[in-house]
Each structure stands twice: as C-alpha cells, then as structure tokens.
Write a protein that binds this ligand. Structure first.
Ligand code: IVH
Length: 680
C-alpha cells in the first residue's frame, strides 16, 4: 500500500520535473536528484507490474520538442544511456559485457560525458544537410539554420576525404564556461533572468528563433558517435579519430581501456581534472569499442547494452550555518537564503546557499550554528542538502531554530501561498519595492513597451531617488528635476536630462507611446496574462475600456481564456489603484485600442479552425502566417492530429508530417490557396 502511494507520488513529481526541465528550461532539482527519483520509481514499478502505466515518466525519455521548429524523424532512433553513480555498477557493467561476449577479449572506449544537448548531424557528399535535436529520441526539431552558425561544426568537409557519401554524426552542443559567464553578465545587466547552467543556456540558445542570436552566443560542439553504412572501420575510437581528420571537433580526452582498473583510473583522473576543462562535463561514458561486439550485445528498449554513463557525484563540503535571510524576488517570491561560514567548494568560495522554499527548510530542521552539508551540482548556486554527520556543535535544544517567515521581510504584508505551489509570495504588488521594480521592469521589457533606452539599473536608481513609483511615472520624468539635496555639494536643482544619455532615455520613453494596444495590455502586468492572452483579449475586445468592463461570462467565452486568467482580469480592473494607473497611461497618450489597420484586417473566416504550418514559404514568414491565422480567428497548432482542420504547406514540408496528414485525411493547402481564402 505504502509502495503504491509512493509510485503515484513519484510519477507526479517526475512529470513536474520533466516539465521544468524540458519545457521551461528551468530545472528545480539537480540531474542527480532527478535520476535518483527515476531509479526509485523504476525499482518500485519493477516490483509492481500490476501498476504498469504507459504514461508513467519511466516510459519515456523526455522530449525537447519545440513548436517553432519543423519536427523531423531521426534516421535511426537516438537512444539514451543507462546511468550510474556507483562504482559497483561500473564493475557490474564490465561483467555483463564480458558475459555477453562469452568471455572474448574487448576494449572499452572511455570518454567524457559532456553536459549540453545532443544533436544529430547528417552529411551528404561532405555537406551538412540537416541538424536535428534529440527530441523524444524518435523525432526531433530541425535546427539546421541555427547549427550552421556554430563555428566548430564543418559545413563542408574537404573534398576527396575518406568519408562515406552519406553518414550521421552525433555529439553534444555546449556553451563553454567563458561564453556562459559573459552571457549571464549581459542578461543581468539588462534585467533578464540568468541561465542556471551552461546546459540550459545552450538549449535556450539553440532553440532561439533568430540564428544571429545563436551566432553571437559562442556555442561549441563535441562529436562522439559516427553512424552509417560505410564508416571507416570496426573501432569506435578509430572512427572518431577519422572524424577528427575530416574536420570535426572530437575530444582528445578519450582512452581505450583493456581492464576495469584502467576504467577506474580514467574516472578518478577526470573526477578532479574536469574542473580545468573549458566546458561542463557531468561524468564519463564507457562504450564497448568494437562495432561488431556492440551489435552482438544489442539494445534494451531504451538504451544500448554496450554503453553506460557514470555520473560524477556533486561536490559537497561542510560548514557552519550562521543565519537565514529571506529574499523577495521581483515577482514576489520569497526565497530563504542561508548565510554560512565561507568555505571552498568546487573551485570557488561559497558563503551563501539557497534553501528553495518553506518545505525544504522545514525538512532540514535548521538551527543557528548547525554544521551543514553544502553541495554544488549542475546548478551555479550551491545548496544545503542536510546536516553534517560530524555535527559536534552545541546540542540542538540550545540553538535557536530558524523558521520560515509569515510576513514579507521588506514591506511586512502577510505572505500567501497559492494552491499547488511551493513558494510563498508577497501579495503587495503595488506597495512592496522589489515587486514595484519587477512591474516596472516588465513594463519596459522588449515584448511589452520595449523601452530599451532604460535598463534595470537605471530603473532601480530612479526608484531609489524617489523619481518613480510606478511605470506611469516614467512618462512624467521629463518634467522632473533632481532634488537639490540629493546632489552632493550642489545647492540648485539640476535637470536630469542634460547630456546625450538623458535625451536618449526620454526619446525611448516617448517612442513607446506608439506601441500597439495588445502590448500595452501585456505591459500593465495583469497576473497570468502573458503575451498570448493579452493578444487574444486585445483582438477580441478591441479596447482597454472593453476589456476593463468585460464580465466573467464574456471572458470565459473566449478560446484560450480559462478561469484563472479571466478571474485575474476581473480582479485587476476591480482595483481602484489599477484603474487610476491605467487612466494615467491613457492621459500620457499610450495606445488604448487596436489601430484602424488591425481592426480592418480582422475577420472570422478561420473561426474555429486549427491550422498547422509546415515547410518554407514564398510570400510571408512563418511568424507572419501565424499572425494572419490569428487575425482571421483561427488557431495555429504545432502538431497534426485528427482535430487539425488543414495544413498550410510551403515547400519542403517534412515527410513525417506529410505521411501523418495523409493517414488522417487532412487537407493540405498551398500558400496561394490560403491567401485567397483569407482574401489577401
Ligand atoms: S554516446 C547510444 N557519448 O549523454 C549512445 N553520449 O544519456 C549515445 N553525452 O544523450 C550517446 N557525452 O547527450 C555519448 N561522450 C558521450 C557523451 C554523451 C555526453 C550525452 C548524450 C546522451 C546522454 C546519455
């Protein structure tokens, strides 16, 4: 019974973590913790076959599929590897291979396990023709355009080389530490959230819609697996050497091991030495070197029997807890942060660690002066994972216990916790400084009012000086002078806006008055109203006044607006402070309704239709087609199902999609047919 409950609980947790990891690119636990939970679930499921469920997280290996890219089938499935953190299991692997090969001699190719995202590159006649992400292992996203910008990936191999006419090479796309640090510094400067680790940064970058962004961010790639008919020889190691000669970046840190001891030597060496590498690694990969032997060992459902990944332990150390402070983030989340005696860990001095949330803190049962265990895994911020066993500080009863706070440490409001969420929030979004700043930063951000002459730092400074209290104040800045007493030594009031910098800021603010209504609606920061919902509401109601006076029933009629968003819209406009804020924006000349052109371009010709876009187009970009579909009342969906109304197909529509459409009998509409349908 207990085990049944645990299985259900683990499934739910792992589904959530999968979502954080693959969809949001923002994992909340380390890979190691994830693997442990997954192993626990696998073991329990093995003991309870009666509870088998095709939707259990153990039944799939995650997916990084993204709507923006064409989905294509892999030539050969991209399997993942069995993972272990444990030397005994490495020895077991060796034994299994030896038994499987009936005692025949074999070599193991030892490689670093690069911590990025896997990619499959397809070459024909020496030319890169396609680059596809792993996706769900069967199909992935075609990211060729983005991959072409990675300088260490050859686009054309030198003529006359001994490579096969047609082959696939797989490897890992990585963001080197140096690029990662530069990128995060830039992001923090412009008020964007930093990436948690180079893997997320690489993945976010590769999925960028704009290949010039990819080019700028300095990605790299290491290749580690050559496949196809006619590849040079039977040795995996030797094949990679050949690939290196053809111009691919192949790690120089590969070794052929003849004994288990040599495998352990490799592991021990890199457990320490990996800190000096330019890219992140999280373990080693051990592969049977002979392709013939690989073939005879074969595969299990999810991974080959001829390879295994050994993952390094996250580095841990002990130190003393001094106190816990509570930070209020720009969205109101309250995060407990531990202050500790400084200690060396994984190459840096550590004095602060995150405690995530109230539940994590309660489970740790912390007291001032406790000896604690700190860990630095795949994430940049270290965390406290438990009490140190050697805790010989004073007995617990004599040390003050540290509890989570009930009230906001900044403004004193009572904290709230939303159902199903782990975090506590400060609800005072118009009165608590970090939240006010968060709202102003959201207001000026690129997808909202796009006032890029202002950065987070300037906003902070204006706020500190009392020049702004909310985003509407930005439009009154030009009349403001610096209060005399805030200028050291100077007695007279001075205009803020002397000099070029000031003029540029004011011009940026002025320009934002032309930003279309749908983005104004997004910018005012109604909770749960993201870019898409704002667009939907703007197109449906046409003006701020109509949105503000919409009833709950009317809101719930709209496709894509559920109870959460509808309730939040009602609540927002019921608050007099928000009404006054919107009125001030109106008085400053911001767009409060759709422009004539937008109104005229609208129709309901595609009302109720779900449309998939596929292929390359002549007359408009994909994004323009998406916008056109919405303008005419249709819905753009990413994958084909029986509910799809038709496929808007350009040239080179993916063969997998074509097949599926045929099977389901879904109409394929050409670009010209579509344009005449909407009357363009
Ligand atoms: S070989 C069938 N070699 O680790 C074997 N993978 O779960 C295919 N990885 O998806 C993988 N470094 O993204 C291989 N030297 C290496 C690797 C490596 C990193 C990644 C790869 C794979 C995952 C294994």
């Amino acid at each position: 019974m207990e085990e049944t409950k645990r299985i259900m609980q683990l499934r739910e947790e792992l589904h959530q973590h999968n979502h954080h990891y693959y969809v949001e690119n923002a994992p909340v636990i380390s890979d190691q913790e994830f693997d442990f939970l997954m192993h626990e679930l696998q073991d329990l499921e093995a003991r309870h076959p009666e509870l088998a469920d095709p939707n259990s997280p153990t039944q799939r290996v995650g997916s990084d599929l993204n709507n923006e890219f064409e989905t294509v089938a892999h030539l050969r499935p991209m399997l993942s590897l069995g993972n272990t953190y444990n030397r005994q299991e490495v020895a077991d692997f060796w034994q299994r291979v030896s038994d499987g090969l009936m005692g025949a001699p074999f070599q193991i190719c030892c490689e670093l396990k690069f911590d990025g995202l896997s990619i499959s590159l397809h070459y024909e006649d020496g030319m890169l023709v396609r680059a596809v992400t792993r996706g769900d292992g069967i199909q992935g996203d075609d990211v060729t355009a983005n991959v072409r910008t990675i300088r260490t990936i050859p686009l054309q191999l030198p003529a006359g080389g001994d490579y096969p006419r047609d082959f696939e090479i797989r490897g890992e796309i990585l963001m080197p530490w140096s690029s990662f640090e530069r990128l995060n510094a830039e992001r923090e400067n412009s008020g964007e959230p930093p990436f948690a680790n180079p893997r997320n940064a690489a993945s976010g970058t590769l999925k960028s819609k704009n290949s010039s962004t990819v080019a700028r961010r300095g990605l790299d790639a290491y290749l580690y697996y050559l496949l196809g008919e006619g590849i040079p020889g039977d040795g995996h190691y030797q094949n990679l050497e050949a690939a290196a000669r053809w111009g691919f970046r192949v790690s120089k840190d590969m070794r052929l091991a003849n004994t288990l001891e040599e495998v352990f030597d490799f592991i021990d060496y890199w457990d320490k030495e990996r800190r000096n590498l330019p890219v992140a690694t999280d373990g080693v990969v051990l592969k049977v070197n002979s392709l013939a032997q690989q073939k005879s060992l074969g595969l299990t459902a999810k991974s080959p029997r001829w390879a295994i990944a050994y993952k390094f332990q996250a580095e841990q150390t002990e130190t003393t807890l001094r106190q816990v402070v509570f930070q209020v983030g720009r969205t109101g989340t309250v995060t407990p942060v531990a202050n500790m005696e400084p200690v060396q860990l994984a190459g840096t001095q550590v004095r602060r660690a995150t405690l995530h949330n109230a539940d994590v803190m309660a489970a740790l049962d912390l007291h001032v002066g406790d000896r604690v265990l700190v860990e630095k895994g795949g994430e940049i911020i270290p965390k406290i994972v438990g009490k140190a066993e050697s805790d010989n500080s004073e007995p617990t009863a004599q040390k003050p216990r540290i509890d989570f706070v009930d009230h906001c440490p900044v403004c004193g409001s009572k904290l709230v916790r939303y159902e199903g969420e782990a975090a506590h929030y400060c609800p005072n979004d118009t009165g608590c400084p970090p939240l006010i700043l968060g709202r102003i930063e959201h207001f000026i951000s690129r997808k909202a009012m796009n006032i890029n002459s202002l950065g987070a730092e300037t906003v902070d400074e204006y706020f500190r000086r009392g020049l702004i209290r909310d985003a509407a104040d930005l439009y009154e800045l030009k009349d403001k002078q610096l209060p005399a007493d805030s200028l050291e030594g100077e007695k007279k009031a001075v205009s803020l806006w002397e000099g070029q910098e000031g003029a540029k800021i004011l011009a940026g603010i002025e320009e934002s008055k032309q930003v279309p209504f749908e983005r104004v609606l997004y910018a005012i920061g109604i909770r749960f109203v993201g870019e898409i919902a704002a667009k939907t509401l703007a197109r449906y109601y046409g003006s701020m006044d109509n949105v503000a006076s919409a009833s709950l029933d009317s809101l719930l009629q709209i496709n894509g607006i559920g109870e959460v968003i509808a309730g939040s819209v009602i609540q927002y406009f019921a608050n007099p402070a928000n009404q006054a804020f919107v009125e001030r924006l109106r008085a400053h000349g911001l767009q409060m309704e759709l422009c004539e052109q937008q109104k005229q371009a609208q129709s309901d010709k595609l009302e109720g239709q779900s449309i998939v876009i596929s292929g390359v187009f002549q007359h408009h970009s994909r994004d323009e087609y998406k916008a056109l579909i919405e303008q005419h009342g249709g819905k753009n969906v990413s994958s084909i199902s029986s509910k799809t109304s038709f496929i808007l197909a350009g040239e080179n529509m993916g063969s997998a999609k074509l097949e599926k459409a045929k099977k389901l009998g879904i109409r394929i509409m050409s670009e010209d047919e579509f344009l005449s349908l909407i009357g363009e």
